[in-house]
Design a protein around this ligand. Structure first.
Ligand code: SF4
Ligand code: SF4
Length: 446
């Protein structure tokens, strides 16, 4: 190995994350990138702790093991990209496995190195039509959710000839579950809900006013989830606010390495979120990846942007928010019915927020409710699972989750991420994913 064998095995200090130097000229220098990839691949080859997390590490280790030298120096540099293409930036390796993350002197941040490589590739070659389409969530959503168009799109996506055509022309796997579109958006539904007069009660860490960033997926693909979330918040006397409009949080563009597109989206969303913060609102979103974008990724991309840092501090996972309020008796504990056994898949982007299983903690406040945690990657990971070349890998990653859900023999199955829930459901012989918000609303009988 290129590194000193006497270096400490793992750091004892709390991990820190360095900002992403994406505005430095060296960031896009291919030679500098390759030399950093070689250094980190070499450390990973000597460690191999992450072999079971995703397909990036098995790809790397196979390349090394099948090379002439059986070391990283035997791997052709053009094959480095095969590893990069298998990373979907879930962050699990950094946050749950790696002992060499900063402040360790080896300074391994595997996901951010993959992100840098994706950004270099995007800068050099741009994106394919398929990848541009899959990450243009605002544009696709605004067209596909027009009344009548939504029904046509949803029905067409179930037709085998249409799916075969999509696979042949765009590379979207014919069997991958695709999101359904709704012409009645979450924004419309929330605006129609009774505003009510809320007597706001702040707690030590919450203002009791919560701005909901609807998210493009929540707004047009999972509006019922958002409607249920808002109903629960209002039931618990939280004053709910919305931005006047919003764009995608930027996570799909981040996963593509299109960092300039992320910046444009940030420039459109942050001022609107800041308006809410200035009016005394905390912030949340119904999808863990979008929460993570505001809590972690944007602050690391824009460390000197005060508004980005302010928004990050104001952002909460929705169940984290409910638990914080519960600590000060601001959560209604009068439930109309129990939920029985619940199998709960924890998405990677919720786990890496390091807040603990808040969804489970809230649901278990409902009497006679037992929640089984399933902490494994579903393999959905943004757009990864729908791509023709990744679908089989995604299914393999998802299989242990499917069997854990089936073994749980629960009354309900939930995931905090509706997309992960759909992929897990797709692998199950029977049963349907629901959302934790829908279950909690049912428990309240509201
Ligand atoms: S960030 Fe996730 S997908 Fe990427 S290498 Fe790490 S564990 Fe694998
Ligand atoms: S990311 Fe860290 S823990 Fe994972 S294989 Fe590489 S060095 Fe080991």
């Amino acid at each position: 190995m290129a590194n000193d064998a006497n270096s400490a095995e793992g750091g004892l200090e709390a991990p820190t994350r360095h900002p992403l130097d994406w505005k430095e000229p060296d960031f896009y220098d291919e030679q500098a990138l390759f030399s950093e990839l070689e250094r980190v691949y070499d450390i990973c080859h000597g460690c191999r702790r992450c072999v079971s997390l995703c397909n990036a590490f098995p790809t790397l280790f196979d390349l090394v093991d099948e090379s002439n030298t059986m070391e990283v120096d035997g791997v052709d540099k053009k094959d480095y990209w095969a590893v990069v293409d298998q990373c979907y930036l879930c962050d699990l390796c950094y946050l749950t496995k790696c002992p060499y993350v900063p402040p360790h002197e080896w300074n391994v941040d595997f996901p951010h190195l993959m992100l840098r490589a994706k950004a270099v590739k995007h800068e050099q070659h741009g994106a394919t039509t398929r990848d541009k389409l899959l990450t243009a969530t605002d544009m696709v959503g605004s067209i596909a959710s027009i009344p009548i168009v939504a029904e046509v799109v949803n029905k067409s996506n179930e037709l085998k000839p249409v799916r075969n055509l999509l696979e042949a022309t765009l590379g979207i796997h014919a069997q991958a579950p695709l999101p359904k579109f709704s012409s009645k958006s979450a924004r419309k539904r929330v605006m129609q809900q009774d505003a009510g007069a809320v007597k706001v009660q702040a707690t030590a860490q919450t203002t009791g006013r919560l701005g909901v960033f609807l998210t493009c997926y929540g707004n047009r693909n999972a509006p019922q989830t958002v409607e249920d979330m808002v109903a629960i918040l209002k039931h618990n006397k939280v004053d709910v606010g919305l931005t006047e409009s919003e764009r995608c949080c930027g996570m799909p563009k981040l996963e593509l390495g299109d960092l300039k597109a992320v910046e444009k989206l940030k420039d459109q969303n942050i001022p609107k979120l800041m308006k809410l913060v200035r009016r005394g609102y905390d912030l949340t979103a119904p999808i863990p990846s979008c929460v993570l974008m505001y809590k972690q990724e944007l602050p690391l991309m824009f460390p000197d942007d005060e508004d980005v840092q302010t928004v990050a501090k104001a952002f909460f996972d929705p169940f984290e928010y409910l638990m914080l309020r519960h600590r000060e008796q601001q959560l209604d504990l009068k439930f109309a019915q129990s939920l029985g056994k619940v199998a709960y898949h924890v998405p990677c982007h919720q786990r890496v927020q390091k807040i603990g299983p808040k969804t489970k903690e809230v649901l278990e406040l409902v009497p006679d409710t037992e929640v089984t945690l399933i902490e494994r990657c579903s393999g959905h990971d943004g757009t990864y699972a729908v791509k023709k070349e990744n679908y089989a890998h995604a299914q393999k990653i998802c299989r242990p989750v499917v069997s854990r859900v089936e073994q749980a023999a629960a009354d309900h199955f939930i995931s905090d991420c509706p997309m992960a829930g759909e992929l897990i459901e797709h692998g199950m012989s029977e049963g349907r994913a629901t959302s934790a918000f829908s279950l909690l609303r049912r428990a309240y009988g509201i």
